[in-house]
Design a protein around this ligand. Structure first.
Ligand code: RFL
Ligand code: PHB
Length: 389
């Protein structure tokens, strides 16, 4: 098989790029190692920046998002003393949209299938070679048969555990990373959300977040030790702990119910030194992982795709390689700014075991500064709603 582009990975990054290429007549194949059902069952992101929403709408997959996504003007922030609201709309005239990653992924798969896109599922043993030459190749196995695809470009959208990331350098140390000794225990429950908008909480017992997917589907998280396991937490224990991480006045009307999903996500940070090598470009979690505080992961995948698409069209339309050469520098600039924000929010909201009492005081003071200063709230709003591309 010969294609202009091979996309490896069918998560949000790979799917968004596929939609863009298809709409612009660039011939591609997307190969995903799992089944579609498996990809759709992963409960992850919930908050979209306007840049992400705009891209989805522009590419023609925004109808359900526009109809069912909830626009939020701000977020609530709760402290040990009470809570306050940061109003993005008023401060920076921007909003966010609450719409699940599962739904975006479903919308993009539905659209791509109806447009007749070339999608290959359950591709095993994926490997890529010759990407520093003009004719890179991708191999995969399906139903016991090995396939070879020759292409002009390979776009690695295969997440943090994918193969593409390992191809970027010859040594194993390809990036900058930090691991926190904590994770987020998350549950999904068919109950109305705590409030009309998200509530981030810093408490003496650790971080908590009240999020949502719709008016009858809530997503809650509490900070736990990295070594903890979901099976250690009954629903009762989860709700009990959650209630103790918000001020009493805020949770008196909390509606509790059985969890329909329960999992722990580690809090880690990783940024690749480079996001490209020759004819191989990385997008999304394949190139970086941000801690979930601030909801930047999926949104960064979308901004990477925006830059990658510019480079790809420049290459095929104008026969110009400059975009490919500049892709990594351009994308990394925005990645590091989002990482800075996520890292700062993570440090400010969590109690981190190896931090000393002085450092805890400084972080509590960051939060009270945010509460008191309109200038700080403006900076927060600008970052939370998404920096420009
Ligand atoms: P994905 O979603 O991991 O998709 C990669 C795909 O590649 C496939 N794959 C391969 N395919 C072929 N060959 C191989 N060798 C392959 N290896 C892997 C995988 O099966 C998979 O289908 O990466 P992508 O597309 O870059 O998307 C990134 C986002 O999924 C991620 O950043 C977000 O989910 C992060 N995130 C959030 N981001 C937000 O913007 N807003 C949020 O509110 C938000 N909340 C979250 C989150 C992530 C969380 N977890 C579980 C880490 C909340 C949580 C709890
Ligand atoms: C979510 O709803 O899953 C969510 C919301 C905000 C975050 C992270 C995750 O910062």
């Amino acid at each position: 098989m010969r294609k202009q582009v091979v996309i490896i990975g069918g998560g949000p990054a790979g799917l968004l790029l596929a939609c863009k290429l298809l709409r612009n007549g660039i011939d591609f194949v997307l190969i995903e190692q799992r089944t579609k059902e498996y990809v759709l069952s992963r409960i992850r992101a919930g908050v979209l920046e306007s840049g992400t929403v705009n891209q989805l709408v522009e590419v023609g997959v925004g109808d359900r998002l526009k109809a069912e996504g909830q626009t939020h003007d701000g977020v609530y922030i709760s402290t040990s003393d009470g809570f306050f609201h940061v109003n993005f709309k008023k401060l920076v005239n921007k909003t966010i949209t609450v719409y699940g990653q599962t739904e975006i992924t479903r919308d993009m798969y539905d659209a791509l299938e109806s447009w007749g896109a070339n999608l290959i599922f359950e591709a095993k043993g994926v490997d890529l070679i010759d990407f520093t030459s003009d004719s890179p190749k991708v191999f995969y196995q399906k139903d016991g048969v090995t396939h070879e695809i020759q292409s002009d470009l390979i776009i690695g959208c295969d997440g943090f555990h994918g193969i593409s990331k390992s191809k970027l350098s010859d040594d194993s140390d390809n990036g900058f990373s930090a691991q926190l000794p904590i994770g987020w225990l998350g549950i999904l429950s068919e109950t109305p959300p705590l409030k009309d908008e998200l509530v981030y909480s810093r408490s003496d017992r650790g971080f908590a977040l009240a999020s949502m997917r719709s008016q009858c589907l809530s997503r809650y998280y509490i900070q736990v030790a990295l070594s903890d396991l979901p099976e250690n937490w009954s629903d009762e224990a989860f709700w009990h702990e959650l209630k103790h991480r918000f001020p009493a006045g805020l949770v008196e009307n909390l509606v509790m119910g059985p969890s329909i999903e329960k999992s722990i996500a580690p809090l880690r940070a990783y940024v690749s030194k480079s996001m490209s090598r020759g004819r191989l470009l990385l997008c999304g979690d394949a190139a970086h992982i941000v801690p979930p505080t601030g909801a930047k992961g999926l949104n960064l995948a979308a901004s990477d795709v925006h830059y990658a698409f510019e480079a790809i069209t420049g290459f095929f339309r104008d026969n110009d390689q400059t975009g490919l050469e500049n892709y990594s520098t351009k994308a990394l600039l925005r990645v590091w700014k989002s990482m800075r924000f996520s890292w700062w929010m993570t440090q400010m909201f969590h109690t981190i075991p190896d931090r000393n009492p002085f450092e805890e005081k400084i972080m509590a003071s960051e939060l009270s500064h945010l509460q008191d200063s309109i200038a700080m709230q403006k900076v927060f709003s600008e970052n939370y709603t998404g920096l420009p591309y």
